[in-house]
Design a protein around this ligand. Structure first.
Ligand SMILES: *[C@@H]1O[C@H](CO)[C@@H](O)[C@H](O)[C@H]1NC(C)=O
Ligand SMILES: *[C@@H]1O[C@H](CO)[C@@H](O)[C@H](O)[C@H]1NC(C)=O
Length: 182
């Protein structure tokens, strides 16, 4: 699928942040025993927009232990209205990237997040299952054009990460790392 070409991960904050009435009130706290820390996520949403074929996955990310704040989003100008984004889709801070993927036959969406720093030698990475509870918002105007689909998932949650520190042997420190394929 050529979804990638429709993604605009570098949109500025001033872009179309259409408020949707869909944020779930509950908070999910997701932790794993081996976690080194966590990304705190707020304002998460993945939904279409009324009277538009544009759909957005977006969230704000904070890691207090790293004094890190990033704003992440991908916009798809095509149906279906739940957005998937290949990993790595970069956030406004390019040391942070995410993916939002659906890989059938395994059911449901996955949010994966990575923060790379320390000369690209340390990666904090984690992922959560975002389920598959896709619902339809019925616009009260009665105009079916205003209806859109959204993923029913909490707006606030945390993503525990594990940290890997790569310690390269001296002899390879100067070597040019292979470029990742696009
Ligand atoms: C990215 O967005 C966050 C949250 O709005 C902001 O605090 C941060 O300064 C931004 N970073 C860059 C590099 O623009
Ligand atoms: C980290 O990797 C990115 C992507 O390859 C590159 O643009 C950047 O210069 C690297 N940073 C360091 C400090 O090596």
């Amino acid at each position: 699928m050529q979804l990638k070409s429709y993604l605009l991960p570098f949109l500025t904050l001033a872009s179309t942040l259409t408020a949707t009435p869909i944020a779930s009130p509950e908070k999910a706290t997701l932790q794993s025993r081996s976690a080194d820390g966590c990304f705190e996520i707020t304002q998460f949403r993945n939904s279409g927009s009324p009277h538009s074929i544009s759909a957005t996955v977006a969230f704000e990310l904070v890691d207090r232990s790293k004094n890190l704040a990033a704003s992440c989003r991908a916009i798809l100008s095509i149906l279906p209205t739940i957005v998937t984004a290949e990993f790595p889709t970069y956030c406004n801070d390019s040391s942070v990237a995410f993916g939002f993927q659906y890989k059938p036959p395994f059911p449901g969406y996955w949010l994966s997040i990575a923060h790379i720093y320390n000369n690209n030698n340390t990666v904090d990475a984690g992922s959560v299952w975002a389920g598959r509870d896709v619902r339809r918002y019925d616009n009260p105007s009665g105009n079916p054009n205003g209806d859109f689909d959204y993923l029913n998932y909490p707006a606030e949650f945390s993503v525990a990460y594990n940290r890997h520190v790569q310690e390269l042997p001296i002899s390879t420190l100067a070597a040019v790392a292979p470029k990742p394929t696009a």
